[in-house]
Design a protein. Structure first.
Length: 202
């Protein structure tokens, strides 16, 4: 029953989005006649002010629609264990970011999904983009620290592991700096030191 309801929701979301868009955009066929003042010679000689570009403004309706689709595909990937649903979720998150490029929330979800699906390089890039928007983004620094620590176990080359260790240490230092009174951060720092000793002893 739960699976059936998710499929029904996926089918209903596009229709709901179309209703929202049609409500926001008035009927193009109902044109308003120009005022008589616009037909005067003075009005014709006076240039009308150019409209401000709307491309710089985020399309929140489209961003929310694609976010909802991504969230549903992400849940389906977890439920069914199928990689194609995770790929569809990533595509939807990208389209949501195209509609709202400055959204740290969307960028964070995309970075975390990259990380959970093993796409480490993409996760690093997404988290770094989020930090560029806000250098004090605590969750982004935590995600990068997790990514770097995970990369330590995935790399057998000592030089690469050393670079990942330095990057992880930098992220943990930033985390403790941003949240100095959180004991969990200090425990994570201790774990990072232990992992670093193990890597150097290999």
């Amino acid at each position: 029953m739960k699976i059936f309801s998710r499929l029904v929701l996926l089918l209903c979301i596009p229709a709901m989005f179309a209703m929202v868009v049609s409500a926001q955009n008035p009927n193009p066929g109902s044109s308003v006649p120009p005022s008589p003042a616009t037909n005067t010679p003075e009005a014709k000689r006076t240039p009308s002010p150019s409209p401000s570009p709307s491309s710089s403004e985020p399309d929140t309706a489209s961003a929310y629609f694609h976010f909802m689709m991504a969230h549903e595909y992400e849940d389906m990937a977890t439920t069914f264990g199928r990689g194609e649903y995770a790929t569809r979720a990533i595509e939807e998150y990208k389209m949501a970011l195209n509609a709202d490029p400055a959204s740290k929330y969307l960028n964070g979800h995309l970075a975390e999904l990259y990380f959970r699906t093993g796409r480490i390089r993409e996760a690093v890039v997404a988290a770094q983009d989020r930090i560029k928007q806000d250098p004090n983004d605590l969750e982004a620094h935590r995600l990068l620290a997790d990514v770097y620590l995970r990369s330590l176990g995935d790399n057998s080359q000592q030089e690469v592991s050393g670079q990942m260790l330095k990057l992880a240490i930098g992220e943990f230092q930033k985390i403790v700096q941003l949240e100095p009174n959180n004991p969990e951060d200090h425990l994570m720092r201790s774990e990072e030191r232990r992992v670093g000793k193990e890597c150097r002893s290999r």
